[in-house]
Design a protein around this ligand. Structure first.
Ligand code: NI
Length: 255
């Protein structure tokens, strides 16, 4: 069944119909969802959702846009959350020079500290990186060469993905791959071994075509799997089965 490795069902866009939508997942072919935290409050909400739904898990970490909300006290709180049995990863953490909401030094400092948490707790890491390709690679090479990482919503070059493959990392692929203008990403997906691809929505954002621009949900991942299948000469079902296996290995979630 479909494994959505990165979703944000805590988002207010789901306030009206969250329960009905999540209750329809199984019927829609979606078996497992990891809800990703980004702020202190969304980490809390992710853990609550994971507690409510057996098929949901949480990833806990502070997004670079929110790096300023971290201090020794909130960092200790974060570390505490990682002992929860439904918390399966640290993330999403990284660097974002597109929105550039926090000083680069602040972003890097807390990115590196949170990578340390993942090492201490022996958890995989979900990386957010936007317009910060070189710095992200430099930090990861120095501080995360021994960690299991997913470059979520991969948007960089073919050269860079080759480097990430050598490091044993995974890439997250979502709705963007179905866009007709996503030529670079299509080339990346065509080349990367399917064993290193994770399906993700990043919902409510980044709905695939034919629903581009609308609110996204895990039910749309079949369109992403179909596109990946076309790029790799596989059936949609094969892509779903293989990426579920990858996601279980990545997060350490047995069937
Ligand atoms: Ni996200």
């Amino acid at each position: 069944m479909i494994f959505d490795t990165h979703a944000h069902y805590d988002d207010k866009q789901f306030d009206k119909d969250r329960k009905a939508l999540l209750d329809s997942m199984k019927e829609g072919g979606v078996g497992t969802i990891v809800n990703s935290g980004a702020t202190l409050s969304s980490c809390k909400r992710s853990i609550e959702l994971a507690g409510q739904y057996p098929f949901m898990y949480a990833s806990v970490g502070i997004h670079p846009d929110e790096a300023g909300s971290l201090n020794e006290e909130t960092f200790a709180w974060l570390k505490d959350q990682l002992t929860n049995e439904k918390v399966v990863a640290v993330g999403e953490i990284g660097l974002d020079y597109y929105w550039d909401r926090e000083q680069h030094d602040t972003q890097k400092k807390w990115f590196i500290r949170q990578l340390g948490l993942a090492r201490d707790m022996q958890l995989p890491v979900v990386i957010h990186s936007r317009d910060a390709a070189e710095d992200t690679m430099a930090v990861l090479k120095e501080h995360a060469a021994d960690l299991k990482c997913d470059i979520h919503c991969y948007s960089y070059s073919l050269e860079m993905v080759r480097e990430y493959m050598k490091m044993g990392y995974y890439i997250g692929v979502g709705g963007v791959v179905t866009f007709s203008n996503a030529k670079k990403l299509k080339r990346v997906v065509a080349e990367v071994p399917v064993e290193r691809i994770l399906l993700e929505t990043d919902c409510p954002y980044l709905a695939p075509s034919p629903h581009r621009g609308k609110r996204n949900s895990s039910l749309n991942l079949k369109y992403v799997a179909e596109e990946i299948g076309q790029l790799k000469g596989m059936s949609c079902e094969e892509v779903i089965a293989q990426t579920e296996k990858n996601a279980r290995e990545f997060y350490g979630i047995a069937k």
